[in-house]
Design a protein around this ligand. Structure first.
Ligand code: FES
Length: 160
């Protein structure tokens, strides 16, 4: 599998950061970096990562089945993760989730027709003190309201 020079460099750095025999520890960050660049984790990528960290592809598949942040289907350019776990649930997270689904016309792990935005209902993202919270790609948005969410989603749909 041909990877970009940037991804090759990241993979090399990751593999060198673990002691001999522990390269499998690089599996998850490698999958995440590759997913960011390629848009999803493909069967070909599973084979490639398995080869590089020295495990069977089935072991990568097992990791894939456990971690919900690894995706087999391409996400939107902006992946919106809305927390509906307890702190966010008590402060309007469920309403935010329903609001986003209705506004975008998509549901859990779906992508808008233009490929710009995808939605995911997620468990706690570690921002309970600022609930209700959501993430867009790696950026956190705290103390959200339906009005703030509207402005955010409108800006994402227009973003180039
Ligand atoms: S419960 Fe939503 S961030 Fe923790």
């Amino acid at each position: 599998m041909t990877l970009s020079a940037e991804l090759e460099a990241r993979f090399d750095k990751l593999l060198k950061s673990y002691p001999p025999g522990r390269q499998r520890s690089a599996m998850i960050p490698m999958l995440l970096y590759a997913q960011d660049e390629l848009g999803s984790v493909t069967p070909e990528l599973v084979e490639e990562v398995a080869r590089r960290v020295g495990v069977e592809p089935l072991q990568v598949e097992e990791v894939m089945s456990y971690y919900s942040m690894l995706h087999r289907k391409p996400l939107g350019r902006y992946h919106v993760q809305i927390c509906t776990n307890i702190s966010c649930l008590l402060t309007g997270g469920e309403e935010l989730w329903q609001h986003a689904c209705k506004k975008l016309g998509i549901g859990h792990k779906e992508v808008t027709a233009d490929g710009q935005v995808s939605l995911e209902e997620v468990e706690c993202i570690g921002a309970c003190s600022w609930a209700p919270a959501l993430q867009v790609n790696y950026a956190f948005h705290h103390q959200m309201t339906p009005e703030k969410l509207d402005r955010l989603l409108d800006s994402l749909r227009k973003a180039q």
